[in-house]
Design a protein around this ligand. Structure first.
Ligand code: NAD
Length: 370
């Protein structure tokens, strides 16, 4: 089945499953990419128009992210073809039906993704017992509320700063996207002594070279206002955050925000990628040649998936935080030591680390397969 997929190679996919239940109006797919390191964790996406190829690519991204994070989990992804805004009753019926159809696929653990949330994961857990990203009442660790990914980013920034002769205490930080990832990254970095000089959201940018007061900015955002409603500082356009002079620039909004046509505007020493694929390959290469260190997304933003894996083991919130810190310290050092020694792109070093881990895990398996 996988021969038709462009992404099919020595790593996977291991399984492609099509689910069809005409009585329920249910159609979906599951791609389990590679489970050499352990059962796959990957999101359930609810959307009308995701191709099998895209699903396979997302499953591969999870294989690499989980391996790079040092988790005992492989990568998978599932797609339920439907409008995510459908009525709740219909959504519950479809999700329960989809989960039930996949009840014997022990190698896949459902997680939330676009179109699904913690309530959806509670239905899956109730149906088949395998889901992460659950509500707190049934053992979930609410990773966006506690800022698991932002916590990880702050530790990655702390380690990476040492590779650019930068002291984290007093470092000027600019954050694009002040949501679940961005605002918590700001908070944890401030605890390390860094100073947030600019933040943006979909409505604009706020900039103050002397530092923004997080005690004012975070409650304001949580009350549904824009960063530009901050009393003080200089209000600028949404995309002007890229021009802000700083030491650490954190993209935490959308993919492809920095590309060949705007990368020259960045004035920073270090980039720590919170969002997924926020820079094009050309932009990353340009920055590397300019001596700007860019820690790639699947190393830097792994705090969320580490937290989810810890939840699956029944760990507490404090254990999850300690694990994120430990794993991200180790992995960031491993990648950046290689970058310093071999002068290769950080993304290349990170990818090679992940693939080597998966291949080593495959060598331990009896069937030498995924
Ligand atoms: P979120 O919806 O909570 O926050 C996104 C923020 O970005 C919002 O403040 C929004 O106003 C802002 N925004 C949107 N478009 C923007 C633009 N063009 N310029 C500036 N700001 C813009 O989302 P989140 O959970 O914080 O996730 C942010 C990114 O990080 C996404 O790409 C997501 O896939 C990725 N990510 C999230 C997690 C996690 O744990 N939540 C983990 C890994 C990766």
């Amino acid at each position: 089945m996988s021969e038709a997929l462009e992404i099919s190679d020595e790593l996977g996919p291991a399984k492609v499953i099509h689910v069809h239940n005409p009585a329920l109006g249910l159609k979906g797919i599951l791609v389990i990419d590679n489970v050499a390191t352990g059962p796959s964790i990957g999101g359930l996406r609810i959307a009308p128009d995701v191709s099998l190829e895209e699903c396979a690519r997302l499953a591969r991204a999870m294989t690499l992210k989980n391996a790079a994070a040092g988790l005992a989990h492989g990568g998978g992804k599932s797609v339920l073809f439907a409008d995510p805004r459908m009525a709740r009753e219909q959504k519950e019926e479809l999700i329960r039906g989809f989960a039930y159809a996949l009840r014997n696929e022990q190698d896949y653990i459902f997680g939330p993704d676009m179109g699904s949330d913690e309530t959806c994961m509670a239905w899956v857990k109730d149906e088949i017992g395998r889901a992460v990203g659950l509500p707190r009442e049934i053992g979930g660790i609410p990773l966006d509320e506690i800022g698991a990914t932002g916590w990880g980013l702050s530790h990655v920034a702390d380690v990476a700063a040492r590779y650019c002769n930068l002291a984290i205490r007093g470092a000027r930080v600019a954050i694009q996207g002040f949501g679940a990832v961005g605002k918590h990254a700001a908070r944890f970095l401030a605890n390390l002594g860094a100073v947030l000089v600019a933040a943006s959201d979909s409505r604009g940018t706020i900039h103050d070279p002397k530092g923004l007061d997080l005690g004012t900015l975070i409650p304001l955002k949580e009350a549904g206002k824009a960063v530009s409603d901050y009393p003080g500082g200089q209000k600028r356009g949404r995309d002007d955050i890229i021009d802000v002079e700083c030491d650490i620039w954190i993209p935490a909004a959308r993919p492809d925000v920095v590309h060949e046509n705007n990368v020259r505007r960045l004035k920073t020493k270090l980039v720590v990628q919170g969002a997924n694929i926020p820079f094009t390959p050309g932009a990353e290469k340009f920055l590397h040649e300019q001596g700007v260190l860019v820690v790639p997304d699947f190393i830097a933003n792994a705090g969320g998936v580490i937290c989810a894996a810890m939840e699956y083991q029944g760990a507490s919130q404090s254990t999850a935080f300690a694990t994120i810190e430990e794993k991200l310290h180790t992995n960031t050092k491993l990648v950046l030591d290689r970058v310093a020694k071999e002068k290769i792109l950080p993304r290349t070093a990170a990818l090679e680390l992940a693939v080597a881990r998966v291949k080593k895990a495959m060598a331990y398996r009896r069937w030498r397969i995924y």
